[in-house]
Design a protein. Sequence first.
Length: 331
Amino acid sequence: MTGAVHAATGAYLAQGAAARTVAASDIPQVSDPAFRGMQGVYTALFTPYKPDLSLNEEMIERLVEFGIRNGIRGFYLTGGTGEGLLLSVAERKRVYARAAKAARGRVKLIAHVGCVNTDDAVELARYAADAGCDWVSSVPPVYYGQKPDDIYNHYRLISSATGLPFLIYAVNGVINLASDTRYFTLPNVKGMKFTGTDFYSVQRLKRRLDKETIFFSGSDQHAISALAFSDVFSGMIGTVQNVIPAAFVKVYRLMQENDVRAAAMLQAEINRVVELVCHTFPKQSLRKAAMRCIGYDCGQFRHPYEAYTEAEYAEFAEQLKKLPLVQAAYG
């Protein structure tokens, strides 16, 4: 990327929060009330811990405020990034409640409730609805129940537990047209988070459905590729949105404005951050360390992830702070 583009990116990120925020009036609206205000950029929120790996609920509120200031449309709670299956049911309830308290209806909250035990997921879905979350989501059954009929039953029990709309999480990036179409016959199943790159298969699925739906891309490094399928994807949900939320919001806006070249140039810079945060260092716990670098220390990951050392953090932080988008956003 040229120096001129670096300068332009820095100028954008230096703007005031009001200038960066994607207003609800800027986003195309849809007929079903469940979808209103849903389009845009979501952060798959890290679950922050204290040094003893207990929940840091105060930090949850800080993270929500940080995202709102940077134009984030909403938050995906206790998903893979949020270590959902490493939390107890009680802890996940506390995350939903604290995020809802912080959000105060200003953004959308999607509660991921996937568990090994479907009954636990049902309990979490009901709590999320009571706590004030807007949507419920789940991965397919974990370990047990891998056949299509079992997956259907899993989604049926969770989605019917509340009146909230339900978002399937296609975490493996594979679409099965026959079985996935059947899942969408469930009344509350109204969308999908797709973490993969076969966007054509998602387009084929959406065209088969006879009801209004919404789809989000879950691959940070392919954000503009998904948004180019503008008849399919209405936004994105991802990990690196925790670190540079304003850059993703800008990419989304540029794609809405059909400025694909500018969006591609910014995506290239985003991918430098993705590469370092998600792929350069062997320890996944360093993904979370990126938040420490920008002033929002979320602690380590829980086991089975291995904790990073202070020496590893120092090397990681030094490299992260050299990246143009990080420099532009945080100095």
